[in-house]
Design a protein around this ligand. Structure first.
Ligand SMILES: *Cc1c(COP(=O)(O)O)cnc(C)c1O
Length: 409
């Protein structure tokens, strides 16, 4: 189908903060996507760990269209049935007793960080302001959350940053123990760093951080924006680690493609965000909540989580096979369907080349920095689609390896 809407138009009308692929997707079904020319792709990206039920899921479409027939939006001057029902479900399925809805991961983290600061002000006065975060952590792009994130390159160049933020090496309990004090009001971490390169926390680190947060009365915030809602093969990753945070943020996969996020916490802490202290116009709107209800009801089922574990093993085995055959990966790491393939030294910094080659071979995937290929398919992906995607990845790898004329193992 010829179209005047092309990739070239992007450069004419869009702010250049993204550099999207040359092909433009127009339709999706399950784990398959088609572009303007009708080329088919296997989707190992799922909109960056968002389309957790795949594309065009019938029950999601039904929930969205049914809700669209009755009520789209009322603001938080009024509450609404889908929001209350979803909050009840999240409370019933996690440690949480209270829920705050937002529209993006950054906004959920903004709420979590503001809550932590407010709790400290109310309980301890003005000196307890330090927020500890970790190198290569990612928490969003609002100025507060990006400053808390552990890549200075993302927050540099925008003028004075919010104060009181300390960055420490991830998985280094000794450095953490030396840095935390009575002045620390919150510690924020991803149980498994996503954007930072698919780096899981060690059990020892996460348990040690929890204990020290208790000791110094600092809130422990788990940013599960990427790891939540079944992505790791557990409903939330904290349940795998057996370490319960004070605050948890969730977004990406929560809406299966509809923008929605939530901050979960205890009743006692929630009291500090009292009437008028924080808010959002769209947060918890009926459309998003009705869709997220289907996602949550589907993915808290042991059957769905078992599929994530089974497909995880299949994907990991396939990546290891390809890695060995062409000598391109030094490590496969991650949990569930959030896996990273770390490039071997001979291919250092070339993740984008593999990504481009994959797209040409009919596979949508992701990178996490310049050293790691990231795979976040739909959590409902079938054995057959996963196998086909791996075949296309192998073709893409052959292209890059041949072009580089690198010696094969
Ligand atoms: C994507 C992500 C965010 C930011 O979410 P947005 O919806 O883009 O604001 C925050 N934290 C983590 C761990 C993420 O992966």
């Amino acid at each position: 189908m010829p179209s005047s809407i092309t990739r070239a138009l992007f450069d004419e009308v869009m702010v250049p903060n993204y550099n999207p692929s040359a092909m433009i997707p127009v339709r999706g079904q399950g784990s398959r996507v088609w572009d303007q020319q009708g080329n088919e792709y296997i989707d190992f990206s799922a909109g960056i760990a968002v389309n957790s039920l795949g594309h065009g899921h019938p029950q999601l479409n039904q929930a969205l269209t049914e809700q669209a027939q009755s009520l789209w939006h009322v603001s938080n001057i009024f509450t609404n049935e889908p929001a209350l029902k979803l909050a009840q479900t999240l409370v019933d399925s996690t440690f949480a007793e209270r829920v705050y809805f937002a529209n993006s991961g950054a906004e959920a983290n903004e709420a979590a960080l503001k809550l932590a600061r407010r709790v400290a002000v109310n309980r301890a006065g003005t000196d307890k302001t330090q927020i500890i975060a970790f190198d290569n952590g990612f928490h969003g792009r609002t100025f507060f959350t990006v400053s808390v994130g552990g890549q200075a390159a993302y927050s540099d160049g925008f003028g004075p940053k919010p104060a009181g933020i300390t960055h420490l090496p991830f998985n280094d309990l000794v450095a953490f123990e030396q840095a935390i004090s009575e002045r620390t009001c919150a510690v924020i971490m991803e149980p498994l760093q996503g954007e930072g390169g698919i780096v899981p926390a060690t059990h020892e680190f996460i348990a040690g951080v929890r204990a020290l947060c208790h000791q110094y009365q600092a809130l422990l915030i788990f940013d599960e924006v990427q790891t939540g809602v079944g992505r790791t093969g557990h409903f939330y990753a904290y349940q795998h680690f057996g370490v319960v945070p004070d605050v948890l943020t969730t977004a990406k996969g929560l809406g299966g493609g509809f923008p929605i996020a939530a901050m979960l916490t205890t009743a006692e802490l929630a009291e500090h965000l009292n009437f008028g202290s924080h808010g959002s116009t769209y947060g918890g709107n009926p459309l998003g909540c009705a869709v997220a209800q289907v996602v949550v009801d589907t993915l808290k089922q042991p059957m769905a989580l078992a599929n994530v574990q089974a497909r995880s093993q299949q994907l990991r085995a396939g990546l290891e096979r390809i890695g060995q055959r062409y000598g391109i990966f030094s490590e496969i790491r991650g949990m569930g369907l959030l896996l990273g393939a770390v490039l071997a030294p001979a291919y250092a910094g070339r993740a984008r080349d593999f990504w481009e080659s994959a797209t040409e071979a009919g596979l949508m995937c992701l990178v996490a920095g310049s050293q790691v290929l990231r795979f976040t398919p739909s959590l409902l992906i079938t054995h057959a689609d996963l196998e086909l995607g791996l075949q296309r990845l192998e073709l893409a790898v052959q292209q890059v390896v041949n072009a580089a004329n690198a010696p094969r193992k």
